[in-house]
Design a protein around this ligand. Structure first.
Ligand SMILES: [Zn+2]
Length: 556
């Protein structure tokens, strides 16, 4: 996803500015103000949604079959989700979730109606007899109502296309998938596979995730569209896209490529969507096979910018390069490609295949995918453009709060997870200082964790183990603190020396960096303690490779 948390971010900025006013001004005050700014206490609803509580931890999802009917006239949805799960401990209760705007019609275990308790967005389902550890169960959760549209395009939206046909779509990463269908609405546990059946008025098309299985005329003016997801999937990736779509297809090796657009955009789409092949080739080059080979790759036109719905990426970038007509990083590289195709599809590798287990660690989705943009640029246009492109992200970095948010409360991390995340990974490449080794490392990292839900600790442990380095203070400095490290340099031109050290929050922060003469970098090994070295360079001649490392430099 891109940019959906801007509104929330603005609210945080206001709080921050109030702190600044109270704390005075200057850099020290800035660090102190951000460090001591504590967010409002999470609500009960945040905790119920965000925590991996006792009635979630006692079971493991196996599959969903979401079977719904969407009525564009009444702007309503009804149907059921059949939830198959394995108990991990004996118990009589599990937690599912459904937004309070929607009604629970009934919940059945076989033919037996189950009782339930609703609390905010949670639905605690109770069983008359103990469910046993190791056993598998299926319940049918029936629901109906008018799902919420939560923002310009968030939640579940009933809209019309320019020709007046219904155009109905979902995008729910922020509010959670339970805004429109009942599920275990958290990130840690994913189903192994899923069926999606969507009944809609004849003449419309539904595009959901996975492989198209077929459509069935229900004889009552509705047609059911059946889709099969053959891989683990995040709840928020599950999507409906209902419209007057036309379809065209292509192939990349054995991988089916399917495209769905409004009829009036067909010619433009055929030209613009040709970029999908080069994108997939680039990411396959770095990370290996497209993760959802059996399900295929799809691009689906929508009226919002785009979203990484698994194997069914939605696209609303106006069939032009850049991002919504802009040069996204402002350095002349972004207009060479379609930002939404490249970014949202990058999530197939990071976000959809490798997923975070808690929303707090969403940089695993967004920081990595923003770095994938950089790799796409490097593969397609060369290293020089890639360095220009990633450095073009620097003005967007705010350094106001850590990239990793509080766990267990469904908190949205700050926008820095995108840009600072990518700049950090570019920095890490320079620290490794061996490109073949770096590319092998990130390839193997992806392969090791594909189809899994992980936390930052897993990333750090993997990189430490594979490199034999202690990279923990680097990860922590960039992800768990607000400030980036500052390289302090004190020149003594009379003696021909320079003192150097890192100013960082992590006491053990030690990062090699290229410094000295631009045409002949020397790698120095600063720590948080002062060291001295000889240099023939004067203060104004002494450079630091700040395009390869995301750091501040202070010269005295
Ligand atoms: Zn994204």
């Amino acid at each position: 996803m891109i940019g959906s948390n801007f509104c929330k971010l603005r609210a945080q900025v206001v709080v921050f500015l109030m702190f600044m006013a109270a704390a005075g001004s200057g850099h020290a005050a800035l660090q102190q103000a951000t460090a001591s700014a504590t967010p409002a206490a999470p609500s009960r609803a945040d905790i119920l949604r965000g925590a991996y509580g006792p009635y979630r931890v006692n079971n493991d999802l196996l599959s969903y079959h979401l079977d719904v009917r969407v009525d564009p006239e009444k702007q309503s949805i009804s149907g059921k989700n059949s939830v198959r799960f394995k108990m991990l401990a004996d118990g009589t209760r599990i937690q599912l979730d459904l937004h309070p705007a929607l009604a629970v019609d009934k919940i059945l275990l076989g033919a037996t109606p189950l009782t339930y308790v609703r609390d905010s967005g949670a639905v605690f389902v109770d069983f008359p007899e103990t469910l046993h550890a190791g056993q598998e169960y299926t319940i049918d959760f029936y629901y109906s109502g008018h799902p919420l549209q939560t923002a310009r395009f968030g939640g579940f939206t009933f809209a019309k296309d320019p020709a007046g046909h219904p155009w109905i779509y979902t995008a729910c990463e922020d509010i959670g998938a339970s805004v429109w269908w009942p599920n275990k609405d958290q990130w840690r546990d994913e189903v192994e596979n899923m069926q999606i059946s969507v009944a809609i008025p004849n003449g419309l098309v539904d595009v959901s995730n996975g492989k198209f299985v077929g459509k069935t005329d229900l004889g009552d003016g509705y047609t059911r569209w059946d889709w099969l997801v053959q891989y683990p999937i995040n709840n928020y990736d599950v999507s409906l896209n209902i419209g007057n779509y036309v379809h065209f297809s292509d192939q990349l090796g054995d991988l089916p490529l399917d495209f769905y657009v409004l009829p009036e955009d067909l010619d433009k789409a055929k030209k613009q969507f040709a970029q999908a092949k080069g994108m997939i080739e680039a990411y396959q080059h770095y990370f290996g096979e497209y993760p959802f080979q059996k399900d295929g790759y799809k691009l689906i036109e929508v009226p919002y910018s785009g979203m990484e719905h698994q194997s069914a990426v939605t696209y609303g970038n106006h069939f032009t390069n850049g991002y919504l007509g802009r040069d996204w990083t402002g350095v002349g590289v972004s207009p060479k490609f379609d930002f939404i195709i490249i970014h949202e599809s990058g999530h197939e590798w990071f976000g959809n295949s490798v997923s975070a287990a808690d929303r707090s660690d969403m940089w695993i989705h967004e920081g990595w995918t923003t770095y994938l943009e950089v790799l796409y640029v490097e593969y397609t246009f060369g290293h020089e453009d890639a360095i220009k492109y990633v450095n073009g992200y620097k003005p967007k970095v705010q350094n106001r709060e850590p990239i990793i948010a509080e766990r267990g409360i469904a908190a949205t991390p700050p926008q820095d997870m995108y840009f600072k995340g990518a700049l950090f990974l570019n920095t890490l490449r320079s620290v490794i200082n061996d490109d073949p080794r770096w590319f092998a490392l990130i390839h193997d990292f992806y392969q090791h964790f594909k189809y899994q839900n992980i936390m930052t600790e897993d990333v750090v442990a993997y990189f430490n183990q594979q490199t034999g380095m202690n990279l923990t203070p680097l990860f922590d400095q960039y992800l768990r603190h607000t400030a980036i490290p500052t390289l302090e340099l004190k020149f003594n031109e009379a003696e021909g020396t320079v003192d150097y050290r890192w100013q960082a929050d992590e006491p053990d922060f030690a990062m090699p960096i290229r410094a000295g003469k631009k045409t002949d970098w020397q790698i120095i090994q600063p720590t948080t303690y002062w060291q001295t070295m000889k240099t023939p360079l004067k203060k104004n001649e002494f450079d630091v490779a700040t395009d390869l490392y995301f750091v501040n430099v202070s010269k005295q």
